[in-house]
Design a protein around this ligand. Structure first.
Ligand code: ASP
Length: 349
């Protein structure tokens, strides 16, 4: 009998309308069980651990990520897989953070949730939960089929650090345009084995130190020097700069000087694109040649969520600046590709 641990953090899946105000608020796991009697018919031994307090995922933070990682570490050998029930708003951040914190993962950690509460008639929660359990328990030759931190939502399984929430109105809430889906659920559950990370001799190790000394600079035409300097000179170690197209910025000298000074003072500037599909190619255009020359770090095709959490993870490791920059540009958990090898027909956007 497969043993699966469900970790319940909150999110719409377990919410109910407050009788007085009408707003949706999270409720305990018992009503999820009441609404999915099918769980009792599954051939798994399911244990549920509820976090306290149960939260809307907009209240998620790195302390909870550490608690999640600790919970998985504590029970790693007891269970075949883990399902984390989580609000969809910040699910991609949690999945990305866990992908970095759980090194050498040999078992599935599947995050799921829903757009409609489990108690509502048209809910998407039941299918999401039941298929997530199926994925968490899927094995081949005694090994987990998906030894990754992933997100299952609306029939698709995504690599956690490649996905982001792009739609708050449709059941299809997530996309992963720079990496193909890991599995699709229809009449059959089809795994895209070539795209799933292998874990043959991996040694499981949990990293629990995260450092949030980061800020984000989102560029737009006409951004003022005051706005740039406020962020670049803020008291943080690293800045994620969301640039145009393939990693381009204005070539105004005042702007480039601000960045140069910040880098000289020891700040890390990580370039990711505002485009959701494609890759940062520093030096491809004149508008990024100087960035490369001054030491801006390329985020390649990382999602914003992966960039934020990878920085928190690497800053928490107390590395030298050179090593930090080098690892930011290195594929650690399948979060980035350096060349656009994506077959566009396979892209799900
Ligand atoms: N606000 C909710 C949350 O992220 C939305 C959801 O669960 O889909 O917790």
């Amino acid at each position: 009998m497969m043993r699966i641990l469900i970790i319940y953090t909150g999110g719409t899946i377990g919410m109910v309308n407050d009788a007085n105000s009408g707003v949706l608020r999270p409720l305990d796991f018992s009503q999820i069980l009441e609404n999915v009697p099918e769980l009792n018919r599954l051939k798994y031994e399911i244990t549920v651990h509820s976090f306290q307090p149960i939260i809307d995922s907009s209240n998620m933070n790195p302390d909870v990520w550490v608690k999640l990682a600790e919970k998985i570490e504590e029970h790693y050998t007891e269970y075949e897989g883990f399902v984390i029930l989580h609000g969809s708003d910040t699910m991609a951040f949690t999945a990305s953070a866990l992908s970095f914190m759980l090194e050498g993962l040999g078992k599935p950690v599947v995050l799921t949730g829903s757009q409609l509460p489990i108690g509502q008639v048209r809910t998407d929660a039941k299918e999401n939960l039941i298929t997530a359990l199926e994925i968490a328990s899927a094995k081949q030759n005694g090994k987990a089929k998906v030894p990754e931190v992933c997100i299952y939502f609306d029939s698709k399984l995504f690599r956690g650090n490649r996905a982001f929430k792009y739609n708050s109105a449709k059941f299809e809430a997530f996309r992963s345009p720079n990496y193909p889906v890991l599995a699709e659920a229809g009449v059959h559950l089809r795994f895209n084995e070539a795209n799933i990370r292998k874990c043959d001799d991996c040694i499981f190790r949990v990293h629990k130190r995260l450092n949030n000394s980061i800020a984000v600079l989102k560029l737009y035409p006409g951004i003022s020097e005051a706005a740039i300097t406020a962020i670049v000179n803020s008291d943080v170690k690293a800045i994620i700069m969301e640039t145009f197209g393939a990693g381009n910025t204005t070539t105004d000298e005042w702007f480039l000087n601000c960045l140069r000074k910040a880098i000289k003072k020891g700040k890390i500037i990580l370039d990711i694109s505002q485009c959701k599909v494609g890759i940062v190619e520093l030096g491809r255009y004149e508008t990024s040649r100087e960035l490369k020359a001054m030491g801006v770090v390329s985020g390649y095709d990382m999602t914003y969520e992966a960039a934020v959490t990878k920085l928190m993870f690497l800053l928490g490791r107390g590395l030298t600046d050179d090593r930090l920059a080098q690892l930011l540009e290195t594929d650690l958990r399948g979060e980035l590709s350096k060349t656009s090898s994506l077959s566009w027909s396979k892209s799900v956007f």
